[in-house]
Design a protein around this ligand. Sequence first.
Ligand code: GRF
Length: 211
Amino acid sequence: MTAPDRPAGGGPRRLVVLLSGSGSNLAALLDACADPAYGARIVAVGADRDGIAGLDRAHAAGVPTFVHRIPDYADRGAWDEALTKSVAAYEPDLVISAGFLKLVGPAFLARFGGRYLNTHNALLPSFPGIHGPRDALAYGVRITGATLFVVDEGVDTGQIIAQVAVPVLDGDTEETLTERIKEVERAQLVEYVGRMARNGWTISGRKVKVL
Ligand code: GRF
């Protein structure tokens, strides 16, 4: 699988960011996109809930937003279809889950598979799920970190694009470890999304090559 060719005439790649929380990863991407040389721009931000700081950040930056709450739909399939439709309307080259706390379904993956990325706050395949730092701390590992990967139908099982290590320090709490991971996680996300936007990428089996 290969990223599509850049449209004639170039222009920045189109990013849609999905989130459920504070949006510090979104903020880092917005900052990066302010430089035309970065090669990407955020065309929309989507969420699964209202009243989150991530949506406020998008509004402040003048980026259109949409919200699809699962309880507002008859079933998960209907929610997945609605989410897919909203994202597709913005014709993204890449969709980025930046703290989006929902698993997308078959409709979404059929449309955006291979171009839907997620950033996770542990070194996959260790500690998948929503409590990466807590689980790493409880297990007693001395090194954890962050993983950028291509989303598939599993829980944090897709092909790994990049990883960055973070030592666990004596005295770390879930909060201190989470914050240290988030610092390097943001830098990794910005670096790799930019490279993928500017140069493209290939996926072959489990291997992702960022060009
Ligand atoms: C990130 O650490 C991500 O790994 C986790 O949620 C966090 C999102 O943070 N799934 P933010 O909303 O971008 O600040």
